[in-house]
Structure formats: structure tokens, C-alpha cells
Design a protein. Structure first.
Length: 117
């Protein structure tokens, strides 16, 4: 099983960034996919999730209206489009896969997103 995040980097406040998570080794379409983030000195927090079959999405209040999670089951990839970025969005962003059938969970290694002028 592998979850490989990419697309992180340095962006100015108000800018946009899209991170991706490529999955392999499991049946991607049956897993709930989520993005979490962890800032220095803080606990890891849920940013957004997308259901496995319905595609229903949920967002943390701090990112509603600015971030969009999406998935491409044909490419085994989940995305997080981040707009109107703020310095407080700076964190390591992690991809998580949770089986809708048995609850098995996998994590990616994370990708750094830094919002700074």
C-alpha cells in the first residue's frame, strides 16, 4: 500500500496550490479519502474528506469556501485545491485512506505547504 502526496511548496498569501495523493496497493474506489494537516506544535487536524462512492464531501470550518477536495477513481488519485491561502494554512498536509468496509486506515508521508510573503 502506498499513498504518495505531491504538489506542496511555497506560496504567497492569497495564492493557490493544488496537492495530489496517488494511491496504490488497495481498491481505491472503496476507500474514504481525506486530507489532514499538522502545523508545528499543533495536533493533526482533519481538513476535508470525500466519500468512496457518493463523492459527498466535508470540510473543516477553517477551509470552507476556500478548499476543494476531489477524487479520480480511474487514476486512484485524490486532490486538494487550495485557494485564498493564508499564513495559518502553513502545515504538512497528509493524505489518509480509510476503508468503507472494514475501517483499515493508511497514511501518506505528507507534503509541506508554506504560505508566506
Amino acid at each position: 500500500v502506498q499513498l504518495v502526496e505531491s504538489g506542496g511548496g511555497l506560496v504567497q498569501p492569497g495564492g493557490s496550490l493544488k496537492v495530489s495523493c496517488a494511491a496504490s496497493g488497495f481498491t481505491f474506489s472503496t476507500y474514504v479519502m481525506s486530507w489532514y494537516r499538522q502545523a508545528p506544535g499543533k495536533t493533526r487536524e482533519l481538513v476535508a474528506s470525500i466519500r468512496s462512492t457518493t463523492g459527498i464531501t466535508t470540510y473543516a470550518d477553517a477551509v470552507k469556501g476556500r478548499f476543494t477536495i476531489s477524487r479520480d477513481n480511474a487514476k486512484n488519485t485524490v486532490y486538494l485545491q487550495m485557494n485564498s491561502l493564508k499564513p495559518e494554512d502553513t502545515a504538512v498536509y497528509y493524505c489518509r485512506a480509510t476503508s468503507a468496509l472494514n475501517g483499515f486506515t493508511y497514511w501518506g508521508q505528507g507534503t509541506q505547504v508554506t504560505v508566506s510573503s
